[in-house]
Design a protein around this ligand. Sequence first.
Ligand code: NAP
Length: 473
Amino acid sequence: MDLARDAYVDGSWLAASKRFAVNDPFDGELVAEVADCDVATVERAIAAAGTAFLAWRKQPAPERGQLLAKVAVLMARDEARLAEICTRENGKALKESLAEVRYAASFIHWFAGEAERIYGETVPSSRGDGRITVLREPVGPCALITPWNFPYAMLTRKLGAALAVGCTVVCKPASQTPLSALALAQLCHEAGIPTGVVNVVTGTEHQRIGQQFFASKTIRKVSFTGSTRVGQDLMRQAAEDVKRLSLELGGNAPFVVLEDADVDAAVAGALVAKFRNSGQSCVAANRFILEAPIAEAFTQKFVAATAKLVVGRGLDPATDIGPVIDDKAVAKIRQLVEDALAKGARLLQGAVPASRAIAPIVIAGVTRDMAIWHEEVFGPVATLRIAKDQAEALEMANDTDAGLVAYVYTSNGTNQVRAAEALQAGMVGVNEGLVSTAQAPFGGVKQSGLGREGSRHGMDDYSNYKYVATKLV
Ligand code: NAP
């Protein structure tokens, strides 16, 4: 497999004296050794983004859009290769990697179009001799820090918006999945994105690299996707320089099935919402809340459906569910499952996990004193709880510090409206288990984050509104 292994800085590939291993999560096989960037390389990338910004912000927006559109075309051309890279380093099933590459390219495609629609405003003044103009300007060079679970999509959601508005970027992908980001950098290079506009620094010293971003006066914004714990830490660091910050953090989504739901549709939606990417998704449905009259029917069909999912090596075309990312993830899932079972929950499907290839686990009789109710499990574990009525179901759904997404299945129009309005989340899937799409604003409330990605709102996070007051003389 043709792989980029060096950092991409100012249009060049930089080797490093230190390298780190990227391993296949399925069997630990070495996939590549990648540049572990030192302080100087990160500084060089920041400086390159700073210099490139001066010209990139002035490049006509349609031209920026055309360059982005080329990247999307190249991603489509290379989708099989890109998918294989993702599966090798992330472990996910090849069909999921392919879907991710297409999903990731859809953000580039979307923002390529949006680049031409970065409107300012004129506003009627309260004075006859006054004129109010609102200009929309790029924030400046941005640092983009991304996680391992969707190595392409989490990056393109940020990169597409940033570049469309006229920002330049230094990307810091997760150290477990840097190869996808480097492959994307190759395509940006091939597409002719000017030198220094996109930079990718890879490395294991995440804290130090993050500190370099926050300490830099050149970097005007940091956009982060990852865990809530790290997001909180970055928020503290951002305070020092009052740096713009976007945070896409953890979720703990409820999946509410009301008594009037179409059970088959709910089961189909549940499979996608729960088991995509082996449950390692911020929008994964973790807490299934079933209104009492439908609980038995849903549970039976859901458990039967989960039994059919094939767990295995991501590269095997038969695989539906790849391994979880590492042994730490296995230990966390095991601990949450064991805690629930010790407190009285019942295992309906699967077993306490012993290795990274984890078959679907379904647990019934979950209560709020169990850690799994409050903590994001980030694995293929579905927990079931029964609510006596709709009001209790919605109350249970909101019983969390997270607020990224919530799902509700009901055939009744009034219930759909009531539930969508009552659920405390940035996104609600109504009879829909997959909400993520380039056209819609993605993001959370409560501890799930700040800002929105995708849609026309996705560009707000990379824009400054400059108000110009003009007095006619
Ligand atoms: P993570 O540990 O927070 O890491 C995310 C990224 O931040 C990685 O690049 C990581 O580098 C880097 N990082 C870690 N500590 C850092 C620090 N102190 N300073 C600067 N950078 C730091 O999260 P993860 O385990 O990779 O991802 C899983 C989490 O992401 C879950 O909670 C999931 O819900 C959330 N997520 C949210 C969304 C969303 O849109 N809301 C989407 C996807 C995932 P290393 O790889 O080198 O550690």
